[in-house]
Design a protein around this ligand. Structure first.
Ligand SMILES: [Zn+2]
Ligand SMILES: [Zn+2]
Length: 205
């Protein structure tokens, strides 16, 4: 069994805690704020409907950011990341009328996972880095599967534009839209004179 010293002797030398392991997403995020319909207050051009070229720019910008990740990070799980990049480039070529990802509120409400509760050898499916190597790990679990745990930083941009789990393609954004729709209908129903609250059975979708 390796001693503490021999294990740590093999750590990459001079890795500072602040060394960026992930690409800069600032341009992606500012492009995204231009086209996101439910965040009109963040839009620079007030009332503007997103034009296809803007939507294309958003998807291309994220694809480029992930390409940087693939290049600078030896651990990157290339199969998954490559398929994500491919998906983004295809969407960029045929941009949808609107970006159908989840909103920041949804991201903020995702279950946070304590590093102590993940398996010792678990890594982020996107960047491939072991969770434990992060000085300040910020891990989230997607509601589709208990083992679908990601670095928040890695999964957030993808969910904002795509809304699906990259591992099983469950459409979390659609689920969330359906949930909100159901919620609105419930409110309407409860406000109606003929009160039918007994009929609610907890099913939707
Ligand atoms: Zn990651
Ligand atoms: Zn999943």
């Amino acid at each position: 069994m390796a001693s503490y010293e021999t294990e740590h002797a093999s750590d990459p030398p001079n890795r500072s805690n602040d060394e960026p392991r992930r690409p800069d997403l600032s341009s992606f995020l500012s492009l995204l704020s231009e086209v996101t319909p439910d965040r009109p207050e963040e839009r620079a051009r007030e009332g503007a409907v997103p034009v296809p070229a803007d939507v294309t720019a958003v998807f291309r910008s994220l694809a480029e950011a992930y390409q940087v990740m693939l290049r600078i990070n030896d651990n990157a799980d290339s199969d998954l990341l490559e398929s994500m990049i491919e998906n983004l480039m295809e969407t960029a070529d045929r941009p949808p009328r609107e970006v159908k990802g989840v909103d920041e509120e949804y991201i903020a409400a995702l279950e946070r996972v304590n590093i102590k509760h993940v398996k010792k050898d678990a890594d982020c499916p996107i960047c491939g880095n072991a969770f434990v190597e992060d000085t300040h790990p910020l891990l989230v679990r997607l509601p589709c599967h208990k083992n679908h745990i990601f670095d928040l930083e890695c999964i957030r941009p993808w969910l904002l534009v795509n809304g699906t789990c990259p591992l099983d393609r469950v459409d979390l954004a659609k689920r969330e839209r359906d949930r909100k729709q159901k919620h609105l209908e419930d409110i309407k129903k409860n406000a109606a004179p003929e009160d039918e609250e007994e009929e609610w059975d907890g099913l939707y979708g």
